[in-house]
Design a protein around this ligand. Structure first.
Ligand code: COS
Length: 400
């Protein structure tokens, strides 16, 4: 374990210097170990096991798990600082730790029973357990509460049946948080939904073939098929039925900030590639970086990145101070994911035909970042959350 990581353990409300050292460690790791491997990972559609182990050793799987369970216990602003740094490299690396940082651990942290915390959090923090979060289904995506997967009580057990789709890390996961219906009818507040902690080796649980995706080769997702999967009643998250939807939504608030910080990290890298190319590519006898129309594209991207970075930071601080930030998290996730799309598009434009070639870094990054406007809630879902919340605030007199 790196000295900076060791220092972090036992530390709370990270002193600035220790966090800076840790950030520097991640910066070096990203540039020296991950970036040189990007093409290999994209080509083989696989992150080498040795790198996963190095990520474990650095404590990356446990950034957000409280220290008492072996994690680094980073607050949201600290987490986004590290994640942004890590996302200078291909997002496939971050994808491996993404669920452990967010929905895979935070549901247990906030809602889990003591026994559930003790059983899972230390292994999530160490990265021995990679987690998945199974909410989406073939017929339920944006309308998350319309899920069909059922959990039927049978004595001291529940029996789970259903199919989950596009589940990130499913082929790696040893623990899957499965959202299922404990009531046949849709209930007000979506109280028909409950969350279950299901070990991936439970009989009847199968992982489908790896999905073939547009980008982020090396980041795996797949179906999770539950065929009469019997789990003990103690697997019900928090031991209470009907809380699954609210748990998922509140955990997604922090998750959406995390995704926004991934977008900022990727946008910085893409902008670096665009500036590098603009400075090295000569046309009409000089670097294209000296042409004002190219400068305009770079300037728009820089302002976009700065705006997203500031929004993520500010909202993460509000979250850490205990405020509910659902509306703000949706704004930030929407803005940052659209922002990185614009930045990637301009970078391809600046590269010209070279940017359209399969061996170009910006071509790969352009495809990689497209998904950020879709997962953890599409831009359009963020817009509906924002719109609904604004109307609610107006009606309750909180807006003026
Ligand atoms: N934090 C805490 N509670 C929340 C919440 C949040 N962020 N969002 C919603 N809730 C609560 C609501 O307060 C409501 O409870 P009450 O009725 O007691 O007030 C309950 O959850 C139901 O909320 P709502 O009525 O808004 O739910 P809808 O079924 O209308 O759906 C959307 C809401 C569309 C916003 C939700 O389904 C969603 O986010 N969909 C996208 C899913 C997604 O992001 N998928 C990505 C894959 S998951 S990795």
């Amino acid at each position: 374990m790196d000295a900076a990581t060791e220092n972090l353990q036992g530390w709370r409300a990270l002193d600035r210097e220790t966090l800076s050292q840790f950030r520097e460690t991640i910066r070096r790791f990203t540039r020296e170990r991950l970036v040189p491997l990007e093409e290999q990972v994209a080509e083989n559609d696989e992150v080498p096991e040795a790198i996963i182990q190095e990520m474990r050793d650095l404590g990356l799987f446990g950034l957000t798990v409280p220290e008492e369970y072996g994690g680094l216990g980073l607050s949201s602003p600290e987490e986004i600082e590290i994640v942004t740094e890590l996302c200078w490299a291909s997002a496939a690396f971050r994808s491996l730790i993404g669920i452990n940082l967010g929905v895979g651990s935070q549901g247990i942290v906030h809602e889990g029973t003591d026994a559930q915390k003790k059983e899972w959090l230390p292994r999530i923090a160490s990265g021995d357990v990679i987690t998945s979060f199974a909410l989406t289904e073939p017929d339920s995506g944006s309308d998350a509460a319309a899920l069909r997967t059922s959990a039927v009580r049978d004595g001291d057990s529940y029996i789970l049946n259903g199919t989950k789709r596009y589940i990130t890390n499913a082929p790696y996961a040893s623990l899957i948080t499965v959202m299922a219906r404990t009531e046949p009818e849709r209930l007000p507040g979506n109280r028909h939904v409950s969350a279950f902690l299901v070990p991936a080796d439970t009989p009847g649980l199968k992982i489908g073939k790896k999905d073939r995706k547009m980008g982020q080769a090396g980041a795996w997702s797949a179906d999770v098929i539950l065929d009469d999967v019997r789990v003990p009643a103690s697997s019900l998250l928090g031991g209470v039925e009907g809380r699954g939807f609210k748990t998922a939504m509140s955990v997604l608030d922090r998750g959406r900030l995390n995704v926004a910080s991934v977008c900022v990290g990727q946008a910085r890298r893409i902008q670096y590639e665009a500036v590098r190319y603009a400075c090295e590519r000569l046309q009409f006898g000089k670097p294209i970086a000296e042409f004002q129309l190219v400068q305009a594209m770079l300037a728009d991207s820089q302002a976009d990145i700065l705006a997203a970075e500031s929004l993520v930071k500010q909202t993460a601080e509000r979250l850490a101070s205990g405020s509910r930030v659902s509306l703000e998290a949706s704004c930030v996730k929407m803005f940052a994911s659209e922002m990185v799309g614009r930045v990637a598009d301009r970078a391809v434009q600046i590269h010209g035909a070279a940017g359209y070639m399969r061996d170009s870094v910006v071509e790969r990054l352009y495809r990689d970042v497209r998904v950020f406007r879709i997962y953890e809630g599409t831009t359009q879902i963020q817009q509906t959350i924002i719109g609904k919340d604004l109307a609610r605030r107006y009606r309750s007199g909180d807006l003026a």
